[in-house]
Design a protein around this ligand. Sequence first.
Ligand code: PMP
Length: 358
Amino acid sequence: MDQKTTSAATGGKLYDSIVDTVGRTPVVRINRLAPEGVEVYVKLESFNPAASVKDRLAMSIIETAEKNGTLKPGQTVVEATSGNTGIGLAMVCAAKGYPLVVTMAESFSVERRRLMRMMGAKVILTPKEQKGTGMYNKAVELAEKNGWFLAHQFETPANAAIHEATTGPEIVADFAGKRLDYFVSGYGTGGTVTGVARVLRRERPETRIVLTEPANAQLVGSGTPQKRGADGSPAETHPAFEAHPIQGWTPDFIPAVLQEALDAGNYDELIPVAGAEGMEWARKLARMEGILTGVSGGSTLAVAMKVAEKAEPGSVILAMIPDTGERYMSTPLFEAIAADMDEEEVAISKSTAGYQLG
Ligand code: PMP
């Protein structure tokens, strides 16, 4: 192992808890897929301990609530989540000893449920017809009835705050003294883009922030405002919402956390992307660069590539890659990836005499 690898692996440091390993994710250049003359980088949130960007949020929500006393020792935590927030919360709650109950629409991938249950969480499925609002309302009902701590990922200030405190400064440090022309991100809660945008607007005002959302669910693009309750939570499904294949992106309402970035004009361009295109780019990223990501990562990369095609030579683009492809083995992302040998593999097998399947 060379010197660089050794210090990057350990930092000469012993960690007191898995929670302390959240953040400081690597930014990696794309070498074989990027167009000539333009540099495309990806920030790989799969390097977090529970393998997604939502580990940051989970740590922030629990540690903020511990500090301000809204979460008592041993109190049950409850949250509505499409998966990654639940997996992040399951990691943090297991490490700190809080019971966790997650509500989740039945439509999300089964690996997510099993990962949460593996880390001790209870997963309560809600009907897919009732969409994001259904799973959210179920979490609220459970919290009120049982006196549980509701994590409130779509409204809590602890969400964008952790990206302002960690993700944003990591990007600024990694691109210190270097061009950064575009930052590309989708939104689920909007925590990533809202928090990172606060930092970039302050410290890298020349960086153009590109927001993206599913082509068949253009909530922001529609220009129709979200109807909300007094606490910022959605009063009804947004009229532009349609079911889409980009898990973790764009719930059926515009989250309060994202609204701040919209109101502040903290994005410069909005480029929609079709889920099928995102899956194609996720497969290319795996095949050509050796980087596994999910549908939202592929979709972000698809938009980064659209930006790259029209960017002036020398431009530098950064795409947020929220999680890993392994979380999607049971979904359409892996549908075309066979479990059995194809013709070419059979031919390779037959090219020597021994050890062939019968
Ligand atoms: N992609 C995936 C797979 C996610 O789980 C999430 C979070 N729900 C996002 C993207 C978006 O992140 P954020 O909530 O910070 O907008």
